[in-house]
Design a protein around this ligand. Structure first.
Ligand code: ATP
Ligand code: ZN
Length: 284
């Protein structure tokens, strides 16, 4: 039995999806140009599809799971379960207006023409804010619509905002914050769930490892207590004597988020020769 996973064939999510599988130790071989391929060392079959089609394939059970942006999941509104946040493909679905205009709130949109590839999510926002406006659905290059007189306002995916800026637009209200997620259908067998659990376990180990660093440092023994109190470690730090009398080597795991603060405090406490090493997998 193989779990069938749908990922984007080409586009912004393809590379990160493939990288994540590789980091999970799953070998895809060179089937990338095909419609589907088997992993060689894990019970997984890969389907390469347009991202817009992935929720439907998963709902129908043609694929069991999919990697796809939340923006697409919620726009398509298919019967699928969002199971896991993958941590890549981060963007926002936002309104954008001409640079010369002032977005004063939802009422600004009343009576306007809005160009978007996300008519369902835009309509929902309009309904929630009791605003009537005209939606023009277009499938790509939404940001040029105001410039060619097709619309007054756009609602599109933004990450840096530079595409909007180059087209004379500025970002206004955000409808949805999005990232790539793992979706699954609602008729999972226990055998399918077992494979998914193995995959989720690996993805979680990769994610945790990225958030942490392995630190090695040398410390004079009289400062050991102070230095150990600064380090969290998985249980407690490892302390080994150095060949030089009166010195020890201390090993620990620290979080990326408080990394620089921690290093400064360690230095001030007398630590020397600090080495920081990336962690590949972290199994707790
Ligand atoms: P396909 O050919 O598969 O339909 P596409 O053109 O619809 O591809 P891409 O532009 O490759 O899609 O974007 C795929 C997903 O990447 C988006 O649905 C979104 O979840 C995510 N994404 C992240 N940042 C951005 C961004 N700045 N602009 C657009 N999409 C982004
Ligand atoms: Zn698409």
């Amino acid at each position: 039995m193989r779990l069938k996973l749908a990922i984007q064939k080409s586009g912004r999510l393809n590379e990160d999806s493939m990288r994540l599988l590789k980091e999970c130790g799953i070998d895809i071989g060179n089937g990338v140009n095909k419609l589907k391929t088997d992993a060689t060392n894990f019970p997984l079959e890969l389907f390469f599809l347009r991202d817009d089609d992935i929720p439907q394939y998963v709902e129908d059970g043609v694929a069991d799971i999919g990697f796809v942006g939340e923006n697409v999941v919620y726009e398509k509104a298919k019967k699928v379960e969002v199971t896991y946040e993958l941590g890549f493909g981060k963007c926002r679905l936002s309104f954008a207006v001409l640079k010369s205009e002032e977005f004063t709130g939802p009422q600004f949109l009343a009576g306007k023409k809005i160009a978007t590839s996300y008519p369902v999510l835009v309509q929902k926002y309009l309904d929630e804010n009791k605003v009537k406006a005209e939606i023009h659905e277009i499938s790509g290059s939404v940001e040029i619509a105001p410039g060619i007189g097709l619309a007054d306002v756009v609602c599109d995916l933004v990450s840096s905002g530079s595409t909007l800026f180059m087209n004379g637009l500025k970002e206004a209200d955000t409808i949805l914050k999005s990232q790539a997620v793992l979706i699954k259908h609602k008729n999972f067998t226990s055998e399918q769930q077992q494979i998914l659990d193995r995959l989720l376990f690996r993805m979680e180990s990769v994610k945790k490892a990225k958030k942490n660093k392995y630190v090695l440092l040398n410390a004079p023994n009289e400062q050991l207590e102070k230095i150990i109190s600064l380090l969290p470690g998985m249980k407690s730090p490892t302390v080994l004597p150095l060949a030089t009398p009166g010195w020890s080597s201390v090993h620990s795991v620290i979080q990326e988020s408080d990394f620089w603060d921690m290093i400064e405090q360690l230095k001030n406490a007398g630590a020397e020769g600090i080495l920081v090493i990336p962690i590949e997998k972290m199994i707790l």
